[in-house]
Design a protein around this ligand. Structure first.
Ligand code: GLU
Length: 304
């Protein structure tokens, strides 16, 4: 498969234009990003890599971090975890409060904010040094120590994250939060602030395209069972209330973030990350969705 030619076609066909969408502004620090950025990086099972554009520039991974925290929580807590968070698609926006009351404080899935806040709470209970442990895990996955929290993004979200504050407090009132709410939010805002490039993300997500093995060393980091489960949740819940649309158009498990990044995996073949900060009304990268749809169309490869 000539992936580089396919990526070149995508780069030529899809140019960033100001009317494609809007950069996330509810976290003021995120609104400073150049909306015209566009990069893509595809890492293959055989160690080859293909890229274009701003694929080596760091951006805020935001909700993509929820896959990393879920992976650690699943490893440490196993199925205990599912007592506090479900695995059903939500069909509501990522920061919605509406279902929580009806569903007694049990979030629909680990990729909406409420679910990831519960995961953050459970990690606070079991990890010695959660912020450090998370960074170490992500650095190890992509074999790259040059990955850090962006303190200005974390601070900006801490200052303006009213809905997340509401979510954690509401779940605390309903008994599904154990730790101090400020500590949980501090961890959650930091996990979302991690800055990574498309190249780093694609390498980290090889875990989910490579049966749980580290892309470089072959070490088994998580069991293939866990990969099956996490990929399934990405497939059904990775794109908020647009998960069905992404699944229909792209046909791969993936996860997006409001920083404009999307990562998707084709198990046993490749992992791919794309970044374009202009978001569609559902909060997913408008150009990123188009680029990935074109990738799976032009390769003609499908998991189905
Ligand atoms: N930090 C963001 C929030 O909680 C993450 C949202 C996202 O990327 O979907 O609002």
């Amino acid at each position: 498969m000539d992936y580089q030619s396919i990526l070149n076609i995508i780069q030529r066909e899809f140019q960033p234009e100001p009317n494609l969408g809007k950069v996330a502004a509810y976290i003021p620090e995120l609104s400073k990003v150049d909306p015209m950025k566009f990069g893509m990086y595809l890492y293959c099972h055989d160690d080859s890599a293909f890229e274009f554009g701003d694929s080596q520039e760091k951006f805020s991974i935001q909700s993509i971090s929820k896959v990393f925290t879920l992976t650690i929580a699943k490893e440490v807590m196993g199925d205990e975890l599912w007592k506090r968070v479900d695995v059903e698609p939500s069909g509501t926006p990522f920061n919605s409060l509406t279902e929580l009351e009806r569903e007694h404080g049990i979030p629909r899935n680990p990729f909406i904010n409420a679910g990831s806040i519960v995961i953050a709470d459970s990690l606070l209970s079991v990890l010695e040094d959660p912020k450090n442990d998370l960074l170490k895990f992500v650095r190890k996955l992509c074999d790259d120590d040059n990955i850090n929290y962006d303190e200005s993004v974390a601070r900006s979200e801490r200052k303006h994250g009213y809905r997340n504050k509401a979510l954690v407090n509401y779940m605390k009132a309903l008994g599904n939060i154990k730790n101090d709410t400020e500590d949980i939010l501090d961890f959650y805002f930091h996990q979302c602030s991690i800055a990574m490039t498309c190249g780093q993300l694609a390498r980290a997500f090889m875990l989910f395209a490579n049966e749980g093995k580290h892309f470089r060393t072959g070490e088994i980091v998580i069991a293939p069972q866990s990969v099956k489960r996490i990929n399934s949740i990405m497939q059904t819940c990775g794109f908020y209330d647009e998960a069905g649309e992404f699944s229909y158009r792209v046909g791969l498990p993936g996860k997006s973030g409001v920083g404009g990044g999307i990562v998707a995996v084709h198990p046993k073949r490749y992992s791919v990350a794309v970044w374009s900060p202009m978001l569609n009304p559902k909060g997913n990268s408008a150009l990123g969705m188009k680029a990935l749809e074109e990738l799976t169309t032009l390769t003609g490869l499908s998991i189905f």
